[in-house]
Design a protein around this ligand. Structure first.
Ligand code: HPA
Length: 305
C-alpha cells in the first residue's frame, strides 16, 4: 500500500477543487456556503434584469397543476435553464419555466415545474428558488401539490388547505451553516402555513363555491409510493395527506418570514386504502380534471389577498 501513497494534503487540495467544481455545499472549509449564497444572488440579479417591478406572490405549481400558469396576464417567461445556477425539472408534468405576470390584480412569479428531493437534488438545491424569491423581496408564497389522501374523508379530486406538516423523516433544508441574510439558526415552526392566509383561502373558496377541507401534509422522500404499513403508521401519527414535495419549500420560506399558503389536490387514496395500484399517470390525470376548480380558487384567493 505504501507504493501508491498520495500525500494527504494533495488529496485535500484535489477534494477542495472537486467541491468547488461540483458546487457542493455543507461544512467544507473553503467557502462552500458562500458559493450557495452567490448563486442565489446571481439568480436574483438575472430575474431582475428580465423583470424589474416588485412581485407580490410566488406560486409553485405541483404535478399536473401547470394550467394555472396559462391564465397569467402579460406573461414574461423565463426558462429555468437561462437562470444562473437554477436546477432544471426532470419529472414528466413539470415544465421548466418561471412565468411572471398578473392574476387577480396581483403580480405573481409562477414556477411551472418544481424540484424534488427524489430527483437527486439536495435539499438546498430543491429550495433554491424559494431563497431567490425571498431575495427578490417577495413576501407571499402559494405552494401547491398533488397528494395521496390518508384521512377517510379525503378522496380523489378533493382540494385541501394545508394546516400543518410532518417533516421529521426528511433532512432539513436549513441544515448546514445558517444563511444569516435570510433568517435565524433555530426557527419557530408553529405557524408555517400562515393562519390568516388559511382563513382567507377558506372564505375565497366559499365565494367561488369550491369545496375545500383542511389537513396535515406528511412529507415522504419518494420516489417510490408509500407502503400500506407506512400509511397506517403515519395515519396514527396525524397525517391526513402524503406527498413528496412542498414541505422543504415551506420550511425555507418560513425561515425568511414569508407568508405561506399550501394547497393540496388529492389525486388518489394513499397506499392500501383502495384497490388501485398507484402510478404517476393516474396522479396527473386526476390533477388535470381538477384544474378548472383549482384555477378558479387560486384566482379568487389572489384577488382577496
Ligand atoms: N403518495 C405520495 N405522493 C403522492 C401521492 C401518494 O399517494 N399521490 C400524489 N403524490
Amino acid at each position: 500500500s505504501s507504493k501508491c501513497m498520495v500525500s494527504p494534503s494533495l488529496l485535500g487540495l484535489f477534494y477542495h477543487f472537486y467541491k468547488i467544481f461540483a458546487n457542493d455545499i455543507g461544512y467544507n472549509r473553503y467557502g462552500g456556503i458562500f458559493m450557495y449564497i452567490d448563486e442565489i444572488y446571481a439568480a436574483r440579479d438575472y430575474i431582475q434584469s428580465r423583470y424589474k417591478n416588485p412581485i407580490d406572490v410566488a406560486i409553485v405549481l405541483g404535478s399536473g397543476l401547470g394550467p394555472l400558469a396559462d391564465v397569467i396576464n402579460e406573461p414574461v417567461e423565463i426558462d429555468y435553464k437561462d437562470i444562473p445556477y437554477f436546477p432544471v425539472s426532470t419529472v414528466p408534468g413539470h415544465a421548466g419555466k418561471l412565468i411572471i405576470g398578473e392574476i387577480g390584480g396581483k403580480t405573481v412569479a409562477c414556477m411551472k415545474g418544481r424540484f424534488h428531493f427524489y430527483e437527486g437534488y439536495d435539499m438546498q438545491k430543491v429550495t433554491m428558488p424559494i431563497r431567490v424569491f425571498s431575495a427578490l423581496g417577495i413576501k407571499n408564497l402559494i405552494v401547491t401539490n398533488a397528494c395521496g389522501g390518508v384521512r377517510d374523508d379525503l378522496n380523489p379530486g378533493q382540494i385541501v388547505i394545508i394546516s400543518d406538516h410532518l417533516s421529521f423523516m426528511m433532512p432539513s433544508p436549513l441544515r448546514g451553516p445558517n444563511l444569516d441574510d435570510f433568517g435565524p439558526r433555530f426557527k419557530d415552526m408553529t405557524d408555517v402555513y400562515t393562519s390568516t392566509l388559511r382563513s382567507l383561502a377558506l372564505e375565497s373558496a366559499k365565494k367561488v363555491n369550491v369545496d375545500v377541507k383542511e389537513g396535515v401534509y406528511c412529507f415522504f422522500k419518494g420516489p417510490q409510493f408509500e407502503t400500506p404499513a407506512e400509511i397506517r403508521a403515519f395515519k396514527t401519527l396525524g397525517a391526513d395527506m402524503v406527498g413528496m414535495s412542498t414541505v422543504p419549500e415551506a420550511i425555507v420560506a418560513r425561515h425568511s418570514d414569508m407568508k405561506i399558503l399550501g394547497i393540496s389536490l388529492v389525486t388518489n387514496k394513499a397506499a392500501g386504502l383502495s384497490n388501485n395500484e398507484l402510478n404517476h399517470l393516474e396522479v396527473m390525470e386526476a390533477a388535470n380534471s381538477a384544474e378548472e376548480r383549482l384555477v378558479k380558487l387560486v384566482k379568487q384567493i389572489l384577488e382577496d389577498m
